[in-house]
Design a protein around this ligand. Structure first.
Ligand SMILES: Nc1ncnc2c1ncn2[C@@H]1O[C@H](COP(=O)(O)OP(=O)(O)OP(=O)(O)O)[C@@H](O)[C@H]1O
Length: 224
């Protein structure tokens, strides 16, 4: 469970989020809103990538401002652009890096990498240069890089924005199949249509918090 209490976030004098209090427990939560409304900022607060200027964010009771490392082990974050996430030149190295803190035996590391790549049809690319993967494959590798650390919750920031339709569908399916709690920021409303809960953000505030059948039409109306 992620809980935000009276959260505000400012960059210098600019107020980006104001007085946000939320308990996020549903299995699938979507976040929508206009460009610049504060969605990515909100998403980054959820695992301590950003800390609030006011208020608290807690993950299973742990304050993101105090227990950042433990929080990030519980809540993974997949960036919009996988190039920002894939740091190693070879696919298997990128996945092994995430496992380093666990200090697992070499064989275990290897088995976990094999299993993860097989799950996303990337088995043939284990020793391939990461940056030569297609856009969709890179996004899948970025997801693997987070999943291999076995977080209980994964935050996706516009996971399909850079993808063509085929890769968009692959990534959408990969997300749909996850057992974990998923919180997705997206402009792709179809991706969120069967979610449990949608937050509509406007100018740094939650202006609608409801099931998709109500929240998505509210958002479409807001944008027209
Ligand atoms: N590091 C930063 N320093 C200063 N201002 C920032 C920074 N990051 C974001 N902002 C500002 O905060 C506001 C909200 O940005 P945010 O990225 O959260 O919006 P968003 O809803 O995710 O937008 P988009 O749909 O375009 O990705 C914007 O006005 C943006 O310019």
């Amino acid at each position: 469970m992620i809980e935000l209490q009276n959260v505000a976030l400012r960059y210098g004098k600019q107020s980006v989020l104001e007085d946000i209090s939320l308990s996020l427990g549903e299995r699938r939560i979507g976040i929508v809103g206009a460009n610049g409304s504060g969605k990515s900022t909100l998403a980054r607060l959820l695992n301590g990538l950003l800390l609030p200027s006011e208020g608290t964010v807690r993950v299973d009771g742990m304050d993101t401002a105090k227990d950042g490392r433990k929080v990030r082990a519980k809540v993974g974050f997949v960036f919009q652009n996988p190039d920002n996430q894939i740091v190693f030149p070879v696919v298997e190295e990128d996945l092994a890096f995430g496992l380093k803190p666990l200090k697992l035996p070499k064989d275990d590391v290897s088995r976990r990498i094999d299993a993860m790549l097989a799950r996303y049809d990337l088995g043939a690319y284990r020793t391939h240069p990461s940056h030569q993967l297609s856009g969709g494959q890179k996004q899948l590798l970025a997801i693997c890089g987070v999943l291999i650390m076995e977080p209980a919750c994964i935050v996706f920031d516009e996971p399909t924005t850079l993808l063509d339709l085929r890769n968009r569908n692959r990534v959408a399916q990969a997300i749909a199949e996850l057992d974990q709690q998923v919180i997705t920021v997206s402009h792709d409303l179809d991706l969120l249509a069967d979610y449990d809960r949608i937050l509509v953000i406007d100018q740094g505030r939650v202006v609608c918090d409801d099931v998709p059948q109500k929240a998505l039409p509210f958002y479409v109306d807001l944008m027209s």
